[in-house]
Design a protein around this ligand. Structure first.
Ligand code: ME8
Length: 702
């Protein structure tokens, strides 16, 4: 038996954020759990590197499309390594890139098969026609009327409701896939396989979409309009539609259409896959992809499992295009990997949207991990160290001692304790296999509380003073340690690092990653085992200090977060919170995002002249500048531009200052405003806004 788990392959137009990380964490958790159960597993992630969106990102950054993709891939790989998701850390098996030659070959084969196919209604699956309509480059999708908003100016193109960017008008010759002939076949697929699309609510959505009637799908663009893509076999004037190319990666990666890749991995061996996707791209996976596969005569995926989206506080999907993401550099710097994994799996009710906040991440880390699991582990092991000379004590307890303990409210009866644990394991696995990770974790944490209570009720520190209570003390500590072992095995797929540490600290030589939870038997923890070195699993996070640092980091331009945004951005205090950056040079203000003139008037923008500028010790990104904005005294401003501007070259420059921003302390200095700059390219290089004509200090911008 084998298992094949995939994440979407991410667009190589911009750098990854929490949303991408989340899907990888979930896929990694599933893959680890399969491997732990002894199932040979292949885990794919990667990048989607063709299409107009990548072409445009490359142009913006003065790169070729391939250079753009290489740049993003390098970052993705660094990120997956930093978060323990790459091959070296037991994560993905392949980082798939659609620019790989074997993929070109495989897609070519797939296209040819579709081109030869007849639909279930006896028509050609592929035909040539003319496409006329609107296309969103960020979605890489054609948009119907209910999927865009008209611009106020009738001469302007409409706006994508998801990305809030202008659509492209497409009117050209195109190959079409006769999707309209596949409605019945798809509906019967959903009917015959209840777990094909999951969760249930998503399956219903897909069914009603298909039942509402399908339109044929344009699956190519003229090479003259989109050149960065895979040429249509035997008709190089056309470039394949990027979704046709991208979806096919799931089979080409394991060897479809390429012998060498097939020998290395094995299409027959691993296909069909479990596709894990965000609900944003469910239609492509649950409607288009199965239809393409039907046409090509390839077996359907095992399942398509859609999770919800991380949204910002206003409920909008977190995305680079909207500039409202949680940055991975910040997460990586301040939080243990397992705390992030735990939070993502616990906080998101699978399939539904979730809100991500640093404060709740810190709270959960401190309460559930540091005070919960971490504390249970360290108190149990410390007491074994102290009272049992660092060896796992005997589990045996006489009837008399057991009854005495029971009268004191402590359950030490092995049959009762082990039965409870076995039941919890069953529930845990059931929820886990149902993708209800939050509920599985709740089960595990109910055990943590139970054992914690058992220890507190038993008061080992008192038992240790009375030799006649020795058996009870041993039994209590054994039960706590054995429960910890079970917890480590159950939780390993979700928290691989902390659970490995628990295993080591318990003194167990085995690899927790190889222990099938189904084989857990109460009492297998050997008595007399010398425990390992005790170390805290999750140090507490100082919330006030870390929140302050995060805010400071987020407000500093030149750090990675702004590197990932194009467009305009403010520099200096509060920059990223105050002025959301946009990624696309063709981005328009969000439909839901218009402000009126009175909102704008609240921002006091003034002309200023830089009087002094200097570096700040130990803050390599910040410059301390003073600016004359026509007031009695110059303003002191901290700006995150130190990596890009020599301080002395700034003196005398006329700049734009936000004069009424609430003052804030950074690195011990008060920042009394913010200067404006464009953030350019993927590097996020700040270019300070200035004036071509002479303007007096203090003049207002309106
Ligand atoms: O769609 N919350 O790539 P993409 C949760 N290349 N998950 C999120 C998220 C959020 N706010 N934002 C992104 C593409 N994701 C195509 C896929 S597959 C053949 C081609 C995750 O870079 C989630 O998995 O836009 C979502 O489906 C995916 O990233 C979209 O990534």
């Amino acid at each position: 038996m084998t298992c094949y788990v995939t994440t979407p392959i991410y667009y190589a137009n911009s750098l990854p954020h929490l949303g991408h990380l989340y899907t990888m964490i979930v896929a990694d958790t599933i893959a680890r759990s399969k491997r732990q159960r002894g199932i040979e597993t292949f885990f794919l992630t990667g990048t989607d590197e063709h299409g107009i969106n990548i072409e445009r990102a490359a142009q913006r950054n003065n790169r070729t499309p391939k250079e753009q993709a290489d740049y993003v891939v390098e970052y993705f790989k660094k990120m997956t390594s930093a978060f323990g998701l790459d091959t070296a850390h037991g994560g993905y098996d392949i980082f798939m890139r659609t620019t790989e030659p074997f993929h070109y070959e495989g897609v070519g084969e797939f296209w040819r098969r579709v081109a030869k196919a007849k639909t279930p209604k006896g028509n050609d699956a592929l035909y040539q026609g003319h496409y006329e309509g609107w296309f969103c480059a960020a979605c890489a999708a054609y948009k119907t009327e209910d999927e865009y908003a008209k611009s106020e100016n009738p001469d302007e193109p409409p706006i994508c409701l998801i990305h809030e960017t202008k659509l492209d008008r497409v009117s050209e010759e195109s190959y079409f896939f006769r999707l309209s002939d596949y409605d019945e076949a798809l509906l019967s697929l959903y009917e015959s396989r209840a777990d094909f699309v999951r969760p249930e609510a998503r399956r219903n959505e897909v069914k009603s979409f298909v039942a509402g009637g399908l339109q044929d799908l344009s699956v190519s663009r003229l090479r003259s309009s989109v050149s960065w893509g895979i040429p249509v076999p035997d008709d190089p004037q056309h470039t394949m539609y990027v979704w046709f190319d991208a979806l096919t990666n799931y089979i080409t990666a394991i060897g479809f259409g390429n012998e060498q890749q097939n020998r290395a991995i094995g299409f027959e061996k691993f296909w069909p896959a479990l596709h894990l996707v965000g609900k944003d791209i469910l239609r492509f996976h649950a409607v288009y992809w199965p239809a393409f596969l039907l046409a090509a005569g390839v077996e359907q995926p095992r399942a398509i499992v859609a999770h919800g989206m991380w949204v910002d506080p206003t409920g909008r999907k977190m995305s680079k295009t909207l500039g409202n993401t949680i940055e991975l550099d910040v997460l990586n710097k301040y939080f243990p990997i397992d705390a992030i994994r735990y939070f993502c799996l616990r906080e998101m009710v699978f399939g539904q949207d979730g809100r991500f906040g640093y404060e709740s991440l810190i709270d959960r880390t401190n309460s559930d991990l540091a005070s919960g699991l971490g504390n249970l582990s360290s108190r149990t092991l410390t007491m074994i160290q102290r009272y049992c000379e660092g060896r796992i004590p005997s589990r045996l307890i006489s009837d008399e001692a057991r009854l005495r303990a029971k009268r004191a409210g402590v359950e030490t009866d092995e049959a009762t304790v082990s039965k409870l644990l076995a039941q919890a394991r069953e529930q845990f696995i059931k929820h886990f296999d149902d993708f209800s990770f939050n509920r599985a974790l709740e089960e595990a944490w109910a055990i943590v509380s139970r054992v914690d209570k058992m220890i507190s009720d038993a008061r080992p520190w008192d038992l240790a003073k009375d030799q006649s209570q020795r058996q009870t003390l041993n039994a209590v500590l054994y039960r706590a340690a054995e429960t910890l072992r079970w917890l480590a095995v159950l939780l390993y797929p979700m928290m691989p690092n902390a659970t490995r540490q628990i295993y080591q600290q318990l003194g167990l030589p085995d690899e927790v990653s190889t222990i099938d939870p189904a084989t857990l038997r109460w009492g297998d923890l050997p008595e007399g085992t010398q425990i390992g070195e005790i170390k805290p699993l999750f140090p507490r996070i100082d919330k006030a200090r870390i929140m302050e640092e995060i805010k400071e980091q987020e407000s500093g331009i030149g750090t990675q977060e702004l590197e990932k945004r194009g467009g305009s951005a403010a520099v200096g205090e509060g920059a990223t919170q105050s002025v959301p950056a946009t990624t696309h040079s063709d981005a328009v203000p969000g439909v839901a995002n218009f402000i009126d003139i009175t909102d704008f008037a609240k921002v006091d923008l003034r002309v200023g002249e830089v009087k002094t500028a200097e570096r700040i010790p130990k803050a390599d990104k910040l410059l301390l500048i003073t600016v004359d904005i026509g007031e009695e005294k110059p303003r002191q401003i901290l700006a995150g531009i130190a990596q890009y501007y020599e301080p002395e070259k700034l003196i005398g420059r006329k700049i734009v200052v936000v004069a009424n921003l609430k003052p804030r302390k950074l690195r011990g200095y008060e920042s009394q405003g913010m200067l404006l700059a464009a953030s350019v390219g993927d590097e996020g290089k700040p270019v300070i806004a200035t004036f071509a004509e002479d303007v007096p200090n203090g003049a207002r911008l309106k």
